[in-house]
Design a protein. Structure first.
Length: 320
């Protein structure tokens, strides 16, 4: 693998990365919290997230994006991670630099037990930004929720438990003329008032394979059988509520603002392919590198804090 770690200020060493060579850039910058982040109260490991003004913070974000964007491939994607409380400034700056900006909401914790004066903060925002109308995108899956599993897969045949998937078009959609046909199953004829979702040939194939649920009562509709054991999960949405922060997960915290490996694996799997290069210009503990290596991608990790070098090396060596 062609991966490397660079210790230095990204704004000064971005020229060490070839322009147009990076498929995914993940930026997890300071969040404008006006706090000193340390691993423990008596530890120097960490960084200061203090700014003289919002304008200074906005300038910093703008410079990060100015140096990052030229490094992306044409169909590449930049992800920008921020707390929900501070999402306004990055969103505004991202819209200046990219044509397409989509927020993804990460529910990082189940609940907060120390609530006193305001609602608990459980949401981070990960902006997905690109100039390309159709950047590289792989469908990844989130687990099905327990309620859906218990209440949808209630039918059973010799193959297994299955849910019902629609085969007919609803009235709000205009059906193609060739989808207005009659189909015969077990000597019974079925029509779709607003048309079928499949061609007659494809529907006949499903019927021959035993993958169509036939209603017992007259006047019922045909449904596709969606088997539980074949379901990889639900296609990823813009709400991620199945990955929890380190405080509620099983990973050891090595750096104050460390993110879960599973979170980074989802971002990387969704927007790159094996052999692609992933860049993290404020890499911290190197989680992006671990996730990239897990998925057979190359990584470039940059951080200006020299204390992070040993942490990144230790975690990456343990992985390897």
């Amino acid at each position: 693998m062609n991966s490397k770690i660079i210790i230095g200020n990204f704004l000064k060493c971005s020229n060490e990365v070839e322009k147009g060579s990076v498929q995914v850039i993940y930026i997890d910058p300071p969040f404008n919290t006006q706090r000193r982040h340390r691993l423990t109260p008596v530890d120097d490991l960490g960084f200061d997230d203090t700014w003289d003004s919002d304008q200074d913070y906005e300038y910093f974000i703008g410079r990060l994006l100015e140096e990052s964007k030229p490094l992306l491939k044409e169909d590449g994607t930049l992800f920008f991670h921020i707390s929900a409380a501070e999402m306004l400034i990055p969103h505004t700056v991202l819209k200046r630099h990219f044509k397409h900006v989509q927020p993804i909401f990460w529910k990082k914790s189940r609940s907060k037990n120390n609530i006193k004066n305001k609602p608990g903060a459980t949401i981070d925002v990960i902006f997905r930004a690109s100039d390309c109308a159709k950047p590289l995108f792989n469908v990844v899956y989130q687990p099905l929720d327990q309620y859906y599993l218990e209440h949808s897969y209630t039918n059973k045949d010799d193959v297994g438990y299955y849910a019902l998937g629609h085969l007919t078009t609803d009235r709000t959609r205009k059906s193609k003329p060739e989808r207005m046909y009659t189909i015969e199953v077990d000597g019974r004829e079925f029509t779709a008032e607003n048309g079928w979702r499949l061609s007659k040939e494809d529907l006949e194939k499903l019927i021959a394979e035993g993958r169509v649920h036939v209603p017992k009562k007259k006047g019922g509709n045909l449904y596709r059988k969606l088997y539980r054991h074949e379901n990889p999960g639900k296609p990823v949405t813009d709400l991620w509520d199945d990955i929890h922060s380190l405080g509620q997960g099983g990973e050891k915290r090595e750096y104050p603002t460390q993110k879960p490996i599973k979170l980074m694996e989802r971002i990387i799997a969704m927007s790159s392919n094996e052999g692609d290069t992933i860049l993290d210009p404020v890499a911290g503990s190197g989680t992006t590198g671990i996730a990239a290596a897990n998925l057979n991608r190359n990584y470039i990790l940059i951080d200006q804090n020299p204390d992070t070098l040993e942490i990144m090396k230790k975690r990456l060596d343990k992985k390897n």
